[in-house]
Design a protein around this ligand. Structure first.
Ligand code: ZN
Ligand code: ZN
Length: 594
């Protein structure tokens, strides 16, 4: 019985076939998803010139019999969907069926397939079947698409540069590998291997295969659920970031999707842990009843809408914030040399980190080999689980154990506090640390609407340009809310008679001017964002600066205050406050330990 069924006209019309083959990436996507639907456990993608010359996809899936292999190239044939209802079932990857004939119509295709009993070879040129042969083949399917767009030269011109094309394909396959850790993915371009995952079902190992050992060893597992959603996956330590959001992979019921609200929520949970415009590594799996999700049924898009979005966003935010707040996140000054540390026994598995593929310039078309390592994953894995256990022990301590006791010894360049304890040496950036302390203090006072005020002996008179004064006048309610007592004085002038107690005592006027400045430059008023902005600005402007020489008791006080904060490890701009040299690092630097 043939597995491919002819799709209804109605469904066919829902699908905009034209866009499917606009780019090599879409051809790869189509063929790879066919292979997944065929239950492959190995999918190998081989490209010549980013796929423009040739795309070959090999799988070990269920294959096709002769009838199906011919039917696959007729329009509206699909084995994946029977009715329109299936389109809305997110568990089904496919809503294509149009794609294979579309691909065939603009290229040369060679299909070799076998269902384990009989093998078939079909060759097509421009969509026309040229030859059909029966022969013995191993179970699985190999499709070679060559000279894509040969008969539509106009399309070729629309292809982005070869480099961008390859970057898109790599990104796509990385994400597929993350959504199917039990499938082995291999990507080769011009004989160069860009991806090779183990396919053993272990997500952390897939992360290792894709991003490399440094990233994999700095990932935190997360897991949580509520009535509607189950989430799990990995987030990176805040010290690991990327300059674009390709490091964030969202999966819904195993399907890679895009959703800006979820990304925004993830970034909010990392807020002040990482610098602005940097992105953490995140692989987030969301399990949900398909009825709560609306997938855009466009063949090239993966956008989704949720009917209970807010409960999902809350779950994600809480889970990530909680996980980050349990961990000691002091970056080590000496990056672990992975070969030395964990991975000395070698099982001869070689891989490449191709994460920098996206960062290198388009002119260097060949992706750079960033690092080539041999390692033993099992050792690596044991090691992390062991340190997880140690972390758990640590986590059962009091909160303030996140920063162990450390004792200041002195100040370097009036900027860096040197501390020690039995574990090693620590360097604290005094401005960043003070900024964190003050930021949390201001933010807390603002968001709890602390109403304690101080009358000033000599009232402050502040004059503004009339354009700014007009905006301030419109927003007097904000000053009331903050607890200021003030009067208007003539034109464009305001007199401050009392101000909230939390303002820095040594420079209240400067702080008030900053606040007014923020009010007049942010016309649409969102309380949270306003509080945030005031807290960060005041913290930065009012904290001890680099170059201010402070005494040892000041340093001790600062460290105590830092320890009490919610996130002592970064300043509100996401820069680190503390860096560690472990005792072992020091011993290694001086060659006392090898
Ligand atoms: Zn600052
Ligand atoms: Zn800062």
């Amino acid at each position: 019985m043939s597995k491919i069924q002819v799709m209804s006209e109605d469904l066919a019309n829902k699908i905009a076939a034209g866009e499917v083959v606009e780019r090599c990436m879409n051809v790869v996507k189509e063929l790879v998803e066919n292979a997944i639907d065929a239950k492959a456990s190995l999918i190998k993608v081989e490209l010549i010139d980013s796929g423009v010359k040739e795309i070959k996809v090999v799988d070990d899936g269920i294959g096709m019999d002769k009838d199906d292999s011919l039917l696959a190239f007729s329009r509206h044939a699909t084995s994946k969907l029977k009715s329109l209802d299936d389109l809305f079932n997110i568990n089904s990857l496919g809503f294509r069926g149009e794609a294979l004939p579309s691909i065939a119509s603009v290229s040369n295709v060679l299909l070799k397939t076998s269902d384990g009993q009989s093998g078939t070879i079909v060759s097509l040129e421009g969509g026309v079947i040229k030859e059909v042969q029966s022969c013995d083949l191993k179970r699985g399917t190999t499709i070679t698409v060559s000279n894509l767009f040969y008969n539509t030269p106009v399309r070729l011109k629309y292809l982005r540069s070869l480099y961008t094309e390859l970057a898109n394909i790599t990104d796509y396959l990385n994400k597929m590998a993350l959504s199917y850790p039990n499938i082995k993915f291999i990507l080769i371009n011009n004989d160069k291997e860009l991806l090779n995952t183990s396919g053993n079902g272990d997500l952390l190992k897939t992360i290792l295969n894709i991003y490399g050992v440094v990233v994999a060893s700095k990932m935190l597992y997360i897991e949580n659920s509520n009535n509607d959603y189950k989430i799990n996956g990995y987030i990176s330590y805040p010290e690991l970031t990327k300059s674009n959001r390709s490091s964030i992979t969202l999966l819904i019921n195993n399907r890679v999707v895009r959703n800006n609200e979820i990304i925004k929520t993830i970034l909010e949970a990392f807020h002040t842990y990482i610098p602005k415009d940097r992105y953490p590594y995140v692989i987030l799996n969301i399990e949900v009843d398909p009825f709560l999700v609306d997938v855009n049924v466009h063949p090239t898009k993966m956008e989704v809408k949720f009917s209970k979005l807010q409960t999902l966003l809350d779950l994600i935010f809480e889970t990530i914030s909680q996980r980050l707040s349990e961990k000691t996140l002091i970056p080590k000054a000496i990056k672990e040399n992975v070969e030395d540390n964990y991975y000395s026994d070698i099982k001869n598995e070689t891989y490449e980190v191709n994460d920098n593929l996206y960062n290198s310039s388009p002119s260097s078309f060949e992706p750079k080999k960033v690092q080539e390592l041999t390692f033993d994953f099992d050792t690596f894995h044991e090691d992390t689980s062991e340190s997880e256990d140690k972390d758990k022990e640590k986590e059962s301590y009091q909160e303030d154990e996140r920063i162990k006791d450390m004792y200041p010894i002195g100040l370097v360049h009036g900027t860096y506090i040197i501390c020690e304890n039995k574990n090693g040496m620590f360097i604290i950036d005094q401005h960043a640390a003070a900024e964190r302390v003050n930021y949390e203090k201001y933010y807390h006072a603002l968001s709890t609407h602390s109403k304690n005020t101080i009358d000033v002996l000599i009232p402050y008179k502040i004059e503004l340009p009339s354009s700014e004064y007009l905006i301030l006048e419109k927003n007097f309610a904000i000053l009331d809310k903050l607890g200021f007592k003030y009067e208007e004085f003539g034109s464009n002038t305001i007199i401050i008679r009392s101000h909230p107690t939390w303002l820095p005592k040594y420079a209240p006027l400067e702080a008030i001017k900053k606040i007014i400045d923020i009010i007049v430059t942010n016309e649409d008023f969102d309380e949270d964002k306003f509080n945030e902005k005031v807290s960060i600005t005041l913290a930065c402007k009012m904290s001890i600066k680099a170059g201010d020489v402070i005494t040892l008791p000041d340093m001790t006080y600062l460290i105590e205050e830092l320890r009490k904060t919610k996130n002592p490890f970064t300043c509100p701009h996401g820069r680190p406050t503390i860096i560690a040299y472990t005792k072992y690092d020091l011993e290694k630097l001086f060659k006392r330990a090898m």
